[in-house]
Design a protein around this ligand. Structure first.
Ligand code: PLP
Length: 433
């Protein structure tokens, strides 16, 4: 079955090899990592993070683009530090992500702040540190910035363009979504606000069409619309210098998925950059930089048959990976070893959480497995750990980075004690007694 050098290369990290029928990353057997760190376990491949970041920066270099990693995909400081070392800037959405960025060594001027309902703390943190820009999402937010700013603040305006990305509705962020200003009345009101408040310095226009976008022409259309608006504003005296088309480049999770490689995005945007030399292009890829670098390891807990289906339950699930339950995301699943020569057949991989929707993958082609066997989910580096929850009071898992320096911890697994530390009732009740 899964034999030879680097099968499924498009889904596995760069350093993946099969030795004696066993999957290794950076020369380390994943079964050894599972034994040492426990499961579920998220393993990030440093080589993939670096080569992907380098590739994106090389591709966008000739366009003089500002390339920022969207930290929401994975905000582990060890991952952020690697991406910073490679030369990326950072897109953040909260005071928490700003702090993670700082701990990873990013300067405030390398970060810009997104969010459709920023708290005063988010905005004050960005203002106090002097982030590159705050991306205002509503007219109300411009009032909020004006109230909090003690001096000039560089602002981009996020627009909801009439372009619909063909992707899951939960991943669409264009017209009809909660994000951004309408390009008509709301943009007009925002511009009036900018003109009347000296602290608001309009420097950029932004849009993000959604995620898992496979058609680069949509991104070109968005860039064209933003550039045309930016040029109109410049002719009226606004000092708009940046147009950002966000992220959303599709990555494959299963072999049949569409892929939008960075080179095709850059090719599509080149014409807009060439026609608008006064404007700097900005992009914000998230999953395209980290998804394939991460894999998730799970241990089989039980196998049963239900409704004619083989149901394999593993020790993680929607707590560490809510994507299948949230928007029907598909995954490929493979055994870490011992698949060769064994009978394979379809299986549904379910998690350990008390929800029928806690299904990690359907129709996985797997050999017979028994409790204790290890399974792996490739393309697990984005929007899994960063969206992990402690549902059922199950502690979210650990993550490690593997590379030339061997395995290095990124995140320790949570403990029940961690989860209950914020639950102050028993301490309070004991004091009263
Ligand atoms: C404003 C913005 N930029 C960039 C991204 C990154 O998207 P992706 O990870 O699909 O590239 C997102 C994702 O939600 C976003 O909202």
């Amino acid at each position: 079955v899964h034999t030879g050098e680097r099968p499924f290369a498009e889904l596995l990290p760069d350093s993946a090899t099969w030795r004696r029928g066993e999957l290794h990353l950076a020369g380390i057997a994943l079964t050894d990592l599972a034994a040492e760190y426990g499961t579920p376990l998220y393993v990030y491949d440093e080589a993939t993070l670096r080569s992907t970041a380098r590739g994106v920066l090389e591709t966008f270099g000739p366009l003089r683009a500002r390339v920022s990693y969207a930290a929401k995909a994975c905000a582990l400081t060890g991952v952020l530090a690697v991406l910073r070392e490679e030369g990326l800037d950072l897109d953040v959405v909260s005071a928490g992500e700003i702090e993670a960025g700082r701990r990873a060594g990013f300067r405030a001027t390398q970060m810009h702040l997104h969010g459709n309902c920023k708290s005063d703390e988010d905005l004050l943190t960005a203002i106090r540190l002097g982030t590159h820009a705050i991306v205002a999402d509503s007219v109300d937010e411009l009032h909020q910035i004006d109230r909090l700013a003690g001096g000039p603040v560089s602002v981009w305006l996020r627009l909801r363009l009439p372009i619909t990305a063909e992707t899951h509705p939960h991943l669409q962020t264009g017209e009809g979504s909660k994000f951004g200003l309408s390009p008509g009345a709301e943009l007009g009101a925002a511009l009036a606000m900018v003109c009347s408040k000296s602290c608001l310095e309009l420097r950029g226009l932004h849009t993000h069409l959604g995620s898992q976008i496979a058609d680069p022409d949509l991104l070109r259309a968005a860039a064209e619309q933003l550039a045309s608006r930016a040029q109109t504003l410049r002719s009226k005296g606004f000092r708009v210098a940046v147009v950002s088309v966000g992220g959303g480049w599709a990555v494959p999770y299963v072999p049949s998925d569409s892929h939008l490689p960075p080179g095709r995005v850059a090719d599509a945007l080149t014409v807009v950059v060439e026609r608008n030399p006064e404007l700097q292009l900005a992009v914000e890829p998230g999953r395209a930089l980290v998804a394939r670098a991460g894999i998730a390891l799970y241990r089989v807990g039980s196998v049963k048959w239900s409704g004619g289906n083989r149901i394999i339950a593993v020790d993680g699930g929607m707590g560490d990976n809510p994507r299948p339950a949230m928007y029907g995301a598909s995954y490929y699943v493979l055994p870490l070893k011992g698949a060769n020569g064994r009978r394979t057949g379809p299986a549904t991989i379910v998690g350990r959480y008390c929800e029928s929707g806690d299904v990690l993958a359907r129709g996985a082609n797997l050999p017979d497995v028994i409790p204790g066997d290890l399974l792996c989910l490739p393309v697990a580096g984005a929007y899994q750990l960063s969206m992990a929850s402690a549902y059922n009071l199950v502690p979210p898992p650990a993550a490690i980075l593997v590379g030339a320096d061997g395995p290095r911890p990124l995140l320790r697994g949570a403990t029940v004690e961690d989860l209950l530390a914020r639950d102050v009732w028993s301490a309070f009740a004991q004091k009263k007694r």
